[in-house]
Design a protein. Structure first.
Length: 194
């Protein structure tokens, strides 16, 4: 059961109605995450454009964004976010076998950029929260930071770190909120890692 009531489209504040209408035109329904966010009037109006900007086309290859989003959602053991990110990745051409490899932490078969992005995603999700500032200012290993600086340009790095950060925040939000699935179950090999 969700932590908060799930709003219907008529229950959203006037400030959120334009964003909600845009989202519904893309998905045909009010997604549970939006129905929860709607309890804070005006938040959906800021959330959806930000999400589209971070996750949409940009300097960083969209496939990299999809792969790290799946990895982060699996590492956070969030069934809701994982179902959304797998559905998105599959729709954009990522195979079920690749999703299974991402869920397992397997890096074989991925490009240099993809492997590095997945390594950074894992460090930011697992290691960073446990590294005090006096042990490591950034919480990420120096070799991964230096390799990232070598492989990605500044715009790509900003998008990559923001994407990883966003999916960490949303995975944790979705997991605590306990939203029921409104997208298909993740592939079985991915779901087994949750």
């Amino acid at each position: 059961m969700s932590l908060v009531p799930l709003l219907t489209s008529a229950d959203f504040s006037p400030a959120d109605q334009p964003a909600l209408a845009q989202g519904m035109s893309a998905y045909g329904e009010v997604l549970n995450t939006w129905a929860g966010i709607g309890n804070s009037p005006g938040l959906l109006a800021a959330y959806l454009p930000f999400l589209r900007q971070v996750n949409g086309p940009g300097a960083l290859d969209g496939r990299v964004k999809e792969l790290v989003a799946v990895r982060v959602s699996v590492l956070n053991h969030c069934r809701y976010t994982t179902s959304h990110r797998c559905a998105s990745a599959l729709a954009k051409g990522v195979s079920a076998d690749e999703l299974a490899a991402v869920a397992d932490g397997g890096l074989e078969g991925f490009t240099e950029q993809e492997r590095l992005a997945l390594r950074l995603a894992e460090e930011m999700t697992i290691a960073l929260p446990g590294v005090p500032v006096d042990s490591g200012l950034t919480g990420v290993s120096a070799d991964v930071r230096e390799e990232a600086r070598r492989v990605f340009d500044a715009a790509q790095l900003v998008e990559l770190v923001m994407c990883i950060s966003l999916w960490n925040a949303l995975s944790r939000f979705h997991r605590v909120m306990a939203f029921e699935l409104d997208m298909p179950e993740p592939p079985a090999a991915v779901a087994a890692r949750l």
